[in-house]
Structure formats: C-alpha cells, structure tokens
Design a protein around this ligand. Structure first.
Ligand code: TPP
Length: 383
C-alpha cells in the first residue's frame, strides 16, 4: 500500500501537475489528494472521454497531464483514445482502477470490464503497467511510464488494484458555487436566409487575432477551415466527435492566448457535458462557436435535434459569461467581434445553412504534424 501524497509528490517532481478525470472509489485518496494539493490543478470532467480531450488540450499547451478514471470509464474513452490520442500522438498518464478483478469481490456491473481491461487497452494499443503498490515502486513506475510516453508519444496507463492507496487524504475542496449570470442572450437573429459555413468561417478568419488558437470540430468544418487557410494556429480535430470544446478548454486553461473553438451542432450535442465543464472552469480566453446547420452535414445531412435546442441559453445556464444567437453573416461577425473584445467564456450560436463547397480540401498535413506545430505555436505565446 502507498500513500496518495507519496505518489502525487513523485509525479509532481516529474512535471505532472495537471489532473482531470472522473472519480472511482478506489481512487478516492489519490483524486482527493490531487484536488486538495496547492500545486496541482484538478479539473473534474463530466465524462472520461471529455477528460481525454481536456488532457490533450493541456498537453498541447505544454502541460504533462494525468487522467484518472475507473475502468468502467474506459468505455467512455475508447473513441477519443483511438481517434484523438492516437492520430495526434498526444501522451498523458492514465491512472485507471481495476474494478471487477477476478478473485476480488465486486459488483456485477464490473465483471465484464474487469475481465477485459488489460486486453482492451492492448487492443487499442495503449501501453499499460501495474500501478505501484509499494512506495519504492513509485519512482520506477513513473519513470517507466515517462519513457513509454516519450518513446511512443501515446497515453500510458497504470492499472490500480483495490486497496493500493491508503485512505488517509482528507478532501480540501470548496463546494462549487456558480457565479450568477445576467442571463440575457444577445439575440442577433433576423430571420433571413442563413449563411453558409464557409461564409461564417470567413468572418472568423477576418476578425480572429493572429495570436489566437483555433480548434475545429471533426468533419467538414475542419476541412473548410483548412481549405480557406491552413495555419499553425489551427487544429483540425479529424476524429473524436464532440471533443473539440473539451480540448479547447484544456488549451484555454493553460495559455493566455485567445482560444476559439468551432463546434458543430451534432458534435456539441454528443458531449453537451463539455459546456457545463467550460462554464464551471470559466476561462476568460475561450470563445465557443457552434455552427448549427441542423444536420449531420458531414455524413449526408441527417437531421439533428438542434432546431429545438437553444445553445445560447444552455451556455448561460452552465455559467458562460455571454451568449449570442445569429442567423446571418453580419450578425455573427458582430457577435464574434464583441466576444473577442471582452472576457469569456462566450458561446456564439450561429445558425447556418447545410452544405459545403463542391471542391472541398482535406487537411494535407498529418494530425501528428498539426499537433506539433500547434503546440509550438502555443509555446511561443504568453502563458
Ligand atoms: C464518435 C463518432 N461518431 C460518428 C462519427 C461520424 N461523423 C463524422 S462527422 C459527423 C457529423 C457531425 O455533425 P455536426 O457536428 O453537426 O457537424 P456537420 O457535419 O454538420 O458540420 C458524424 C456523425 C464520428 N466521426 N465519430
């Protein structure tokens, strides 16, 4: 058995200082220790997949992140681990508990995942090792994980058995008290014909400062942005649908640069918990644009349910500082300029028309290079 403080201190000594995740009772001392530690930042995620994207954003902004989860949460992570961490090669330390270990009394819902946890990680090519269960093993385990992460440029998991960490860390955490918001959506809708996605992206590019980072959601959004302009401050999230907001949060919390995220209605709906985490973390430098064409445009135009969703009011209810709605290019451009001028987080709900230009490019630069040039861009800016 080890003490949580021993692990957290040893990890901090190796530069691991940004934590995110979703709790597990096996993790209680470690997660509470991370939350309570003065020198560590812990951002609670609404899902384990969100935590992977948040950690990815933090890594892009120069941090060495740790994600903590229960192995049942691996199910929620499989998509971003395979379609974000792998193509972009973004490493982080994954501390994953082992509920449902054979021979250990546990609940029925953990039986299957307990039996396949190691195989699942192996199958999705995430290196894994046992979590250290004696103090003298902590340093070597962290050093080996660091080497695996450096060599493979991938997350590396440490699998924690029941009873590994002594239950001695009190939780020192103020309850989350949301900042009351004025609650008024800036309504710039006019009811005319809706602009194309390209037209709105042109308005983004015309106004966005050169120092800002821009993250585009999966599908045609990233392809259109790439076609209009390919710059080192762009990150085209080719997979991990729904994760753009969480990745942008990880960036915004770790850089002083303005961070603009271009989301889709389908993607935003897929991981709407992101908005609650963004509202609570409240980064002043985050501008969240939802390009809402009412359909899954990239996969053939199947309707989403966004026609009945008021993203701007959802954002305000989650704690965003401002929110606007627009349905033409001028209204969007005005809302975007206003968002850039004041502290966020801002939500811009842009209702647009479905469709894309006929000759649409695809990011020609591999995700691996996109991530590294984006990281390099962030490293050159203010923290
Ligand atoms: C987890 C996951 N599910 C499904 C897909 C397939 N897919 C790619 S883009 C897309 C549609 C995204 O819709 P939206 O966010 O509204 O953006 P739009 O395509 O309209 O620009 C879908 C379903 C995927 N890449 N990942």
């Amino acid at each position: 058995m080890i003490r949580a403080g021993e692990f957290l201190r040893a990890a901090l000594g190796r530069g691991l200082d940004f934590y995110t995740g979703v709790p597990c009772s096996f993790l209680t001392p470690l997660i509470n220790g991370a939350i309570s530690h003065q020198e560590l930042r812990y951002v609670g995620a609404t899902s384990e997949g969100e935590a992977v994207a948040l950690a990815g954003g933090a890594w892009l902004a120069g941090r060495r992140p740790v994600v903590m989860c229960q192995n049942s949460g691996l199910g929620n992570m499989v998509n971003p681990l395979t379609s974000l961490s792998h193509p972009f090669r973004i490493p982080f330390l994954l501390v994953c508990t082992w509920r449902g270990q054979s021979g250990v009394q546990d609940e029925p819902q953990h039986e299957v995942m307990g039996a396949v946890t190691h195989d699942l990680l192996t199958t999705i090519r995430i290196p894994h090792r046992p979590f250290p269960d004696r103090p003298e093993l902590i340093g070597p385990a962290l050093d080996e994980a660091a080497k695996l992460m450096a060599d493979g440029e991938l997350p590396t998991a440490l699998i924690m058995r029941k009873g590994t960490v002594a239950p001695d860390e009190p939780l020192d955490q103020a309850p989350y008290t949301p900042v009351p918001r004025a609650g008024a959506v800036e309504d710039r809708t006019r009811g005319g014909p809706r602009p194309s996605r390209t037209r709105v992206l042109e308005a983004v590019l015309a106004a966005v400062p050169a120092e800002a980072a821009v993250i585009a959601t999966t599908g045609k959004c990233g392809r259109e942005l790439f076609t209009l302009a390919d710059r080192e401050q762009h990150l085209y999230q080719v997979g991990s649908m729904g994760c753009a907001g969480a990745m942008a949060l990880g960036v915004a919390l770790n850089t002083a640069r303005t961070t603009v995220v271009l989301d889709g209605d389908g993607a935003a709906l897929m991981k709407m918990g992101n908005m609650a985490t963004i509202g609570a973390a409240a980064p002043r430098n985050l501008v969240h644009v939802i390009l809402d064409n009412g359909v899954h445009d990239s996969t053939g135009g199947q309707a989403t349910v966004s026609a009945g969703v008021d993203f701007a009011r959802v954002a305000l209810a989650c704690g965003y500082r401002s929110a606007s709605a627009s349905d033409d290019a001028d209204g969007f451009a005005a809302a975007f300029r206003s968002a850039l001028a004041g502290p966020g987080p801002h939500l811009l709900h842009a209702r647009i028309a479905p469709g894309s230009p006929e000759r649409l490019g695809r990011p020609a630069t591999a995700p691996y290079e996109v991530a590294r040039r984006f990281r390099h861009f962030l490293a050159a800016g203010p923290r």
